[in-house]
Write a protein that binds this ligand. Structure first.
Ligand code: FES
Length: 483
């Protein structure tokens, strides 16, 4: 069960630039934002809220909007700890809001371990916490964390007595595992295998762009303008990537970049992650899971524009709910129009930290900047932070602004060489001046080659998109010349 303190909604109202919903019992869908109507978030930025829906949170109704994800709707309605961790039963909530950290796992619609930050809200959607009793906020098993402050080595506990060890093993087996098995499907029918769609040969795209953030969208636009047939894919429910987290951009900027790419002739598909690359299949196949089918694509050229992952900083209790990535705070503000805090600590010196702090302040939030946090305090949600200088400040959010780590796994699986560059976030894909990786016909641009930020990433994407289109055109010419 999840304790949902019946707080007023944290969503912005539509009262003009920078306006916030004043805390009051009438806030929430239907009061602090009519469904479907454009609203003003911070600095008058438009927010597109979908139809009002109601989630079923362990039998408790939670108002939400169709464009929101479950984690955001729960947070906006006052839920804090969403589940508990596997071993020590430490409270868990979201960290990245981008589907990358796995902190937000919940039981959703009868299925365990679903990412709440990636699950869109729908009417009547059943949502429940995991690994907690009687509630995620006050979990009785949380005592394990208190009893074993230096860690529990269950492999060597009670090994001196055979009987005690047998008891311990039984208890451990009962308590291990995360979540319960899925609810049986009605009639116990097996899920259908998704249909296959093959895009190869004449139907293959000239350029496959993996990632539709600022770099990917600019690459898709440039390649399409150069005459290439372009397929752009993104794992997010809405394309836009880091534009949706950046105070200088937002939903409208992302939508305009998508429109530009489509107007140039590119196909851009959301909710369609590339799930693998298979070099042994007919010269190389990318497998893409779209909402309605599994696509097997053999493009002439590929551009990896997969961006970066939000990273946490090292400090005591950095897993405490309320410690979130700076870009997650940006997503709450910029994409979802939800006020993330009343008093926030913005920690770290990543390039977007200053812009985030200014945006939080513009939303009426008291902001403390610090290069580093030493410790987070609190229980189910953060309540204070010890800063780099040893001072302690009261806060209800620690926004960690570390340099994002390049999301280079898909390109690495493809075979692209990478180099460890800690100052640029981690393992960056190696490219030449035109964005070509160590593999022929495979390009990379934007933050996956080392953190750049949205504006520089878009410039990089445009340059690399044109180069990939030229390479695809040459490949096409070779195909035509081959008898
Ligand atoms: S995966 Fe959901 S918050 Fe990170």
């Amino acid at each position: 069960m999840i304790d949902r303190r019946l707080q007023p909604s944290l969503r912005f109202s539509g009262n003009g630039p920078g306006a916030l919903a004043g805390p009051g019992p009438g806030d929430g869908p239907g009061a602090a934002g009519q469904p479907g109507a454009p609203e003003a978030g911070t600095r008058g930025r438009l927010l597109a809220r979908g139809e009002a829906v109601t989630l079923d949170l362990e039998g408790d109704p939670v108002p939400a909007f169709r464009g929101e994800t479950v984690a955001v709707a729960l947070f906006a309605s006052g839920a804090r700890a969403l589940s508990r961790s596997l071993k020590y039963h430490r409270p868990r909530s979201f960290f990245c809001l981008a589907g990358h950290c796995g902190a937000c796992l919940m039981r959703i619609d009868g299925r365990p371990n679903v990412k709440a930050c990636q699950t869109p809200c729908s009417d009547g959607l059943r949502v429940a916490s995991q690994n907690a009793w009687p509630s995620a906020e006050h979990d009785a098993f949380g005592v394990v964390d208190w009893l074993f402050p230096r860690g529990m080595d269950h492999h060597h506990m009670f090994t001196g007595s055979r009987a005690m060890n047998a008891v311990l093993r039984k208890v451990t087996r009962q308590m291990s595992g995360l979540g319960r098995l899925p609810d049986p499907r009605p009639g116990n029918v097996r899920p259908e295998t998704p249909p296959l769609r093959r895009l190869a040969g004449a139907s293959a795209p000239d350029v496959l762009v993996v990632g539709a953030g600022p770099a990917g969208l600019a690459a898709a636009t440039a390649a399409a303008r150069a005459g290439a047939r372009v397929l752009g894919i993104d794992d997010g429910a809405v394309p836009g990537g880091s534009l949706l987290a950046d105070p200088g951009h937002g939903l409208a900027a992302a939508a305009s970049s998508v429109r530009e790419a489509r107007a140039a002739g590119a196909e851009v598909r959301a909710a369609s992650p590339m799930i693998g690359y298979f070099p042994e299949d007919g010269g190389g196949l990318a497998a893409i899971r779209t909402p309605d089918a599994l696509w097997l694509v053999q493009p002439r050229t590929t551009i990896y524009a997969t961006g970066g992952y939000d990273q946490n900083a090292l400090f005591e209790d950095n897993d405490r709910p309320g410690v979130i990535s700076g870009r997650a705070a940006g997503r709450l503000l910029v994409r979802f129009g939800v006020r993330p805090a009343r008093r926030a600590v913005v920690a770290g010196d990543a390039p977007y930290a200053a812009a985030l702090a200014a945006e939080l302040a513009a939303a009426g939030i008291t902001v403390t900047r610090t290069p580093r946090v030493q410790r987070a305090h609190g229980r189910a949600w953060v309540s204070a932070a010890t800063l780099a200088d040893g001072s302690r400040v009261t806060c209800d959010l620690i926004a960690v602004c570390e340099t994002p780590a390049p999301a280079s796994e898909p390109a690495r699986q493809h075979g692209c060489a990478v180099t460890l560059q800690p100052a640029r976030g981690g393992f960056c894909i190696d490219t030449d001046a035109a964005g070509l990786t160590s593999l022929p016909g495979v390009f990379a641009c934007g933050d996956v080659t080392g953190y750049q930020g949205p504006d520089a990433a878009a410039l990089d994407g445009a340059r690399v998109g044109a180069a990939a289109a030229a390479a695809a055109s040459a490949a096409r010419a070779r195909e035509a010349a081959t008898p």
